[in-house]
Design a protein around this ligand. Sequence first.
Ligand code: SF4
Length: 380
Amino acid sequence: MGQAMSEKETLRCVYDLTLDELTALLVSWGEPAYRARQVWEWLYRHYATDFMQMTNLPKALRHRLAEAFSLEPLRPVTEIVSQNRWTRKCLFALPDGETVETVLMLYEKRRTLCISSQVGCGMACPFCATGLSGFTRNLHTGEIVAQVIHYARWLADPHAGGADAAPISRPTRVTNVVFMGMGEPMANYDRVWRAIRILVDKRGFNLGARHITVSTVGIVPGIRRMAEEGLQVRLAVSLHAADDALRDELVPINRTYPLRVLMDAVRYYIRKTGRRVTFEYALMRDVNDRPEHARALAQLLRGVLAHVNLIPMNPVEGSPYQPSTRQATATFARILEDAGLPVTVRLRRGIDINAGCGQLRRHILQVDGRQVMPLPVVSS
Ligand code: SF4
């Protein structure tokens, strides 16, 4: 059984393919082109877990697909659920034994998935659990898409979650995807965009492009490239500081792309797309949360089509960076609002489940070196 599993895991992942590539492949196998469309619908509308479920395909084709492709590139190692059951976080093992995290956040009307684009991250932001773990590798397109399909299946299943299911109406689907999990998506640009094009394909998963957000710490060539993609995908920039000296410390990539260069790219993106850019700002006590920091931020964003998202950061074990107080957060927000900037303070979701990026993985890896240890599900 274990051996069969590892053989399966070395197969090519079917979610790596675009519909055009799948069509070309099936035609090369002597199948009519419409078979690819049928497979595509099984993958992205019915979330098939086994090629044998694709009952409108000839049996021989189902077997051939099963011999060529894996449908399960991710193996859930553990999933933990917040006390209020509105946030779930899954740690997945990849075929090579590496691990990534995905977080599902349920709101009244939205089901938002925060997905990973890399194993670890090379950006080395000192306040971030993922940054502290270092970079291992880029995810493949199929490993990115499969995170979404995993929770799409869960959401579509009226019995999923059992006692842990949140009190939401069902059936339901993933409504929003944000690339804010582990990794810097612009550092894995081609595979991230391939995944986006698969997810927005109207013949399959059909997620609206404007419901996808790519969040970057400021990889300028990526921002400029994204401006040319011709899709309504949203851009978020993790700023965290509005002066170069502090940002050099908090976001080391700032030494390569300082604020002037970054803001030039953001303005270019806005000119090309007409879209508002979200600026993420994680508030850290006595580091970047004082009134003078807020005023510097307001000055930096003057005249920019911007929205500011203030994030009360999740505390990271062993980190000197601590969350701001409520009072400091409220004062910071008011200064920005008085300067005419739209501001939201992001709800802190799932603090009891280590929902900050990289925190579950870091916690588990620390428990047992590189060995992944399943955690029990937290239930209320
Ligand atoms: S904050 Fe984002 S970019 Fe910085 S180290 Fe963490 S995952 Fe990477």
